[in-house]
Design a protein. Structure first.
Length: 257
């Protein structure tokens, strides 16, 4: 068990606790770029890591009534079949090949750029949605939510990124009048089955390192706890732009590989 993995888990966990942004946006590229882990293994391991850590958050939000289960169900109706189809498609490629590594790195880079955009433009998205709350597309919110879930299912299965910041941004746009805490709770609740199904699929493909997973969890759980307690002391308008800038740089590097 490499202590550097545990330290990385702690640092990423603390950042997640501070900002609320999913660990996949940081953990997967960290494993790929810093530790040289194969992209498929990094994604598969991080998916199960996310499923375990977010399960606790789902229990807390559920007990407090912060989850809109109808929204979570619509997202899952799109994401779970999409994840299964994506994993089947990945299974047809040679395992741990250069092609699959390049595909995952490229998808991860694009997902990080989208996540950075979601962080930067979240308030503008909400404002736009509130100004157009009577738009025609709002009559089809159920179907659109299922479609958003399907897109997240594909993206998360390939890159492990998207269930957090992108999911929240999409829900803010579709349901601007829903309290923020219910949007976050619903997104976390949806992320658990999605990351679990995708993570188990990658395990089936042989893309999960269980020792690495244990090392990351050993550091991330106390990191999240400390970060959550310190979040009220760190200005959000400082943290989010810094995080977005970091994701842009990492995403661009992955795409350029």
């Amino acid at each position: 068990m490499d202590p550097l993995y545990t330290l990385s888990g702690f640092v990423v966990g603390a950042i997640v606790g501070l900002t609320g942004v999913g660990g996949g946006s940081l953990m997967t590229p960290l494993l790929v770029l810093l530790f040289g882990v194969h992209p498929a293994t990094a994604v598969g391991t991080d998916l199960l890591y996310a499923a375990i850590t977010k399960a606790g958050g789902t229990v807390v939000h559920g007990r407090k009534g912060h989850i809109d289960w109808s929204i979570t169900g619509r997202l899952a109706a799109g994401s779970l079949p999409a994840a299964a189809i994506t994993l089947f498609a990945l299974s047809q490629l040679p395992k741990r090949s250069a092609e699959i590594g390049h595909l995952i790195s490229l998808s991860l880079g694009l997902a990080l750029l989208l996540t950075a955009a979601a962080i930067i433009f979240r308030k503008r998205l909400i404002s736009y949605a509130l100004r157009h709350e009577n738009a025609g597309y709002r009559r089809h919110l159920g179907k659109i939510t299922v479609l958003v879930g399907a897109i997240l299912g594909v993206l998360v299965s390939i890159s492990s990124v998207g269930a957090g910041a992108l999911g929240v941004a999409a829900l803010f746009f579709l349901y601007p009048k829903l309290p923020a805490i219910r949007i976050v709770g619903s997104d976390i609740a949806h992320a658990v089955p999605l990351t679990l199904v995708a993570g188990l699929g990658h395990w089936w493909l042989g893309s999960v390192d269980w020792l690495l997973l244990g090392s990351l969890l050993l550091g991330s759980l106390p990191g999240i706890w400390l970060g959550s307690h310190a979040s009220s002391r760190v200005p959000d308008h400082v943290l989010r732009p810094l995080l977005a800038s970091m994701l842009v740089l990492i995403g661009a590097k992955l795409i350029a590989q």
